[in-house]
Design a protein around this ligand. Sequence first.
Ligand code: ZN
Length: 147
Amino acid sequence: MADPIVSDEIKKIIAECNEAKKFAYCPYSNFRVGAALLTTDGQIITGCNIENASYTLGVCAERCAIFKAVSEGHTSFKAIAVASDVKDEFISPCGACRQVMFEFGGKDMKVYLTKPDHSFRVTSNKELLPDGFDSSVLDMVRTKVLP
Ligand SMILES: [Zn+2]
């Protein structure tokens, strides 16, 4: 099979997620992660992991990017790309990030898992979080369970 055609937008978010790693604040793990989110209107919002001496308060790059975007008025996304310094494997989002990605990207948002050389594997929210929890579940509760 031929290589998939990669749009300029996708090449750009793959490059940007790798760039975003340089802002990672990770003195405890030394595990840099960058993310770049592509909005439906073509803007790119980046994020990095941000750790804390109180370990559980850290945030991943993916959620950092999404929360930045939402706080700036963007709530609809086409794709996200994620990068680390791991050369041999594609990094994959944690469960918490998958849930937040599902909230704002829906099941069809594309997720580009990348390596430092910009090679990637593409997947989707649906593949990463099958049967994901979303507002439709809350709607069912409101209409079918509550009086
Ligand atoms: Zn995460």
